[in-house]
Design a protein around this ligand. Sequence first.
Ligand SMILES: NC(=O)c1ccc[n+]([C@@H]2O[C@H](COP(=O)([O-])OP(=O)(O)OC[C@H]3O[C@@H](n4cnc5c(N)ncnc54)[C@H](O)[C@@H]3O)[C@@H](O)[C@H]2O)c1
Length: 382
Amino acid sequence: MPTLVHSMTAVSRAEKTVSVSLGARSYDVLIGPGLLAETGRLIATRIGKAKCGIVTDDNVAKHHLATLEASLKAEGRYAGSIVLPAGEATKCFARLTELSEGLLEMGLERGDLVVAFGGGVIGDLAGFAAGILRRGVRFVQIPTSLLAQVDSSVGGKTGINTPQGKNLIGVFHQPSLVIADTDVLATLPPREMRAGYAEIAKYGLLGDAAFFSWLEANWKGVFGSSGPDLTKAIETSVKAKADIVARDELETGDRALLNLGHTFGHALEAWTGYSDRLLHGEGVAIGMAQAFRFSEAERLCPAGTSERVASHLTAVGLPTQLRDIPGGKADADTLLRLMGQDKKVREGKLTFILTRDIGQAFVARDVDPTKIRAFLEQEIAR
Ligand SMILES: NC(=O)c1ccc[n+]([C@@H]2O[C@H](COP(=O)([O-])OP(=O)(O)OC[C@H]3O[C@@H](n4cnc5c(N)ncnc54)[C@H](O)[C@@H]3O)[C@@H](O)[C@H]2O)c1
């Protein structure tokens, strides 16, 4: 089994390094304040000579693009920047075409780098473009949302959405380096910060009860700007994800645990049309609360567990119930149909991540859809 190396380095101020061990495709995740301005040097020393084509969105560009461009220009590695509209709708075929052609126009060659500079939307789209450009060029993730820093920038899943569902088209393509600058989170809207926190809580809930208890006691510090609690929460989350990805890169087993809350959550996102009514992390928060309520109803986990989970999510300001989504309730048949579109469907049976307790999630591959339907009816009536 590949081992996980985790160490402090002196590359920059208070930086932590988590290594993702995947043989020839191994890479480091650098976490800490002040890293963005160091990008040119970090790429030069860790990857070598390569031109960099930046892909970002208009929100991130407004606040941080000048710093990144200056850093790459100082090392003579800047090839150009492509700025796309912010939002989930950008993760689509039309933008993939526009982006791929833009990167070719920029003159990126096989040895060059795509730099995905943004939240999960930009990371997924730019990573996919890098995976298919000239049959695959390397890319660097510079995640700027909390969700992207703790989850989507690590692990190599890339892709786009289609009317049939989320992330149904894509490739596995691991980045060559991930640079998570905690300072850039200062400009992230509070609602997006909370949505990213849902994925942090997920790591505690799925496999690390002590981390969940730590979050219950320290979550206010995690929301403090660039402090040690924020770095610790990101580092612990990335370490957990790196460990699972190293064990199961292509999601044939354990990696599915990372989908805790996602089968419910993806259906809710599809139902709300990937709109502002429900952010991805908010869908995951409701989905995790539902996974615990369903597990408790099935007597898989102790009574009271789902209440503890929901209390913590509520304390940080995350939704936990269908009624928390503005604009009306879904019906059970629609949600069940949308779950059927999820990639976690095999031979008509639904796969859910269920739990035996906090920190003890497991993959349940043959959940009876009629039980889920009855559960959804209860959820709608809550
Ligand atoms: N590949 C994976 O393993 C994986 C895992 C989880 C989620 N995802 C995907 O990630 C996406 C969600 O990611 P997200 O929540 O980062 O969404 P996002 O990329 O849409 O970013 C959220 C919002 O925050 C803005 N933003 C980002 N960084 C900012 C900053 N520093 N300052 C100001 N504004 C900033 C963005 O412009 C956007 O408006 C979904 O598409 C989801 O499917 C992928």
